[in-house]
Write a protein that binds this ligand. Structure first.
Ligand SMILES: Nc1ncnc2c1ncn2[C@@H]1O[C@H](COP(=O)(O)OP(=O)(O)OP(=O)(O)O)[C@@H](O)[C@H]1O
Length: 359
């Protein structure tokens, strides 16, 4: 955006970029299930304790909270925490994301329309453009931006003072952030995957909010298949609720949860159709590997990125697949999980397989 634009246009651009979180039924339900304060936020004890101190201290000083960087896999509660930060500080929140900010002017439009103390949530901050990132450095440190007016040799930089604000940046990959950006956050937190017991609490809480009856074994069944992720736990709960409504009396127990999740092809370890397809191809077509990512992706009819970013992180975390310099390799646990017998050693599985089998 060129800063010659009128203020109204700038505000409209900011509005378009900031957008809203809820879009569609699932997002609307997701928003309704979000914990509203730190007390309601389940798990992540260390992060909660540290954040509580940061926010309390800022409140006691009557100051704006320090910038916060949240890293962790999708669905672990980064957006939720940013909303909680705003709520705990009694401040409004704006939500935008790195990919939505194409130009430094886009960011200038948002920053210049912030109110004092406002929380700016910048999701996928690692995907922001370089010029916007450089503008953010100054905005975070000095609450100032240089707005370029005009083009070419006649262009002039006009400094613009910003009200103090709190930037909450979220990223799935903290390692991708340039150190100058990372260092400007006063508080950095890494969000871990949730323990099954914590996810059971998430399921019980959400069931209560959705007015669904569920027994402890039913909640444990859903939690155990949720890949350590509250968003998945909530999504599975909604699908199990549908099944219970249509096929039973609406009450969720272990049997209903198990039967419903079988219909949705989520197995007892939380593997879905894609995860299983990747494992089956690796075991049945390539003898357990090693096999290159691209070949594996073609074998399951998916994009390379989908296999690498959607299926693999979970399979690696579950100890079912290993990424080796020679390619993807199935672990003994993968053979066991699919009820298949690994090829005899030595020979059949190749060197990568032998390594994993301890040969
Ligand atoms: N600690 C928690 N306790 C209870 N519910 C949670 C918790 N963390 C997340 N949730 C629920 O999980 C859902 C997803 O959370 P959220 O949108 O905050 O994740 P996210 O990390 O921002 O994901 P993404 O990076 O994909 O945007 C929300 O509906 C929220 O209700």
């Amino acid at each position: 955006m060129n800063w010659d634009d009128t203020t109204d246009e700038a505000a409209a651009a900011a509005e378009r970029l900031v957008g809203s979180v809820a879009d569609g039924e699932d997002q609307a339900v997701e928003a309704a299930l979000r914990p509203k304060d730190l007390g309601e936020f389940i798990g992540q004890e260390k992060v909660r304790e540290q954040l509580d101190l940061v926010l309390r201290a800022a409140r006691a000083r009557g100051a704006t909270a320090d910038h916060v960087l949240l890293s962790g896999a999708p669905g672990l509660g980064k957006t939720t925490l940013s909303m909680i930060i705003a709520a705990e500080m009694g401040a409004p929140i704006r939500i935008t994301s790195g990919p939505a900010i194409q130009h430094a002017g886009d960011l200038a439009a948002i920053l210049s329309s912030l109110q004092e103390g406002e929380v700016l949530f910048l999701d996928e901050i690692h995907r922001m453009s370089r010029p916007a990132e450089e503008m953010l450095y100054m905005a975070m440190e000095d609450f100032r931006v240089d707005v370029i007016v005009g083009k070419g040799p006649g262009a002039t930089a006009i400094p613009l003072e910003l009200p103090p604000f709190t930037l909450v940046g979220a990223t799935t990959r903290a390692g991708l952030l340039p150190p100058p950006l990372r260092d400007r956050f006063g508080f950095t937190a890494h969000m871990e995957f949730y323990e099954p017991a914590e996810l059971e609490r998430v399921v019980h809480r959400s069931a209560q909010l959705l007015d669904v009856e569920i027994d402890p074994a039913g909640a444990a069944e859903i939690a155990g298949r949720s890949r350590g992720t509250p968003r998945i736990a909530n999504r599975l709960l909604r699908r199990v609720r549908d099944y219970a409504q249509v096929k039973a009396d609406g009450v969720i127990d272990r049997a209903i949860a198990g039967a419903a999740l079988a219909v949705y092809e989520v197995d007892d370890r939380g593997l879905d159709r894609l995860d299983r397809a990747v494992l089956e191809a690796l075991l049945k077509l390539f003898g357990g590997g090693p096999v290159g990512l691209s070949t594996l992706a073609v074998a399951v009819g998916e994009e390379r990125e989908t296999v690498e970013e959607v299926a693999e992180p979970f399979l690696v975390r579950e100890g079912l697949l290993a990424r080796t310099p020679r390619g993807r390799v199935a672990t003994p646990a993968a053979w066991a999980h699919l009820g298949l017998t690994p090829p005899p050693r030595p020979g059949g599985g190749g060197k990568g397989q032998q390594d994993l089998f301890g040969a």
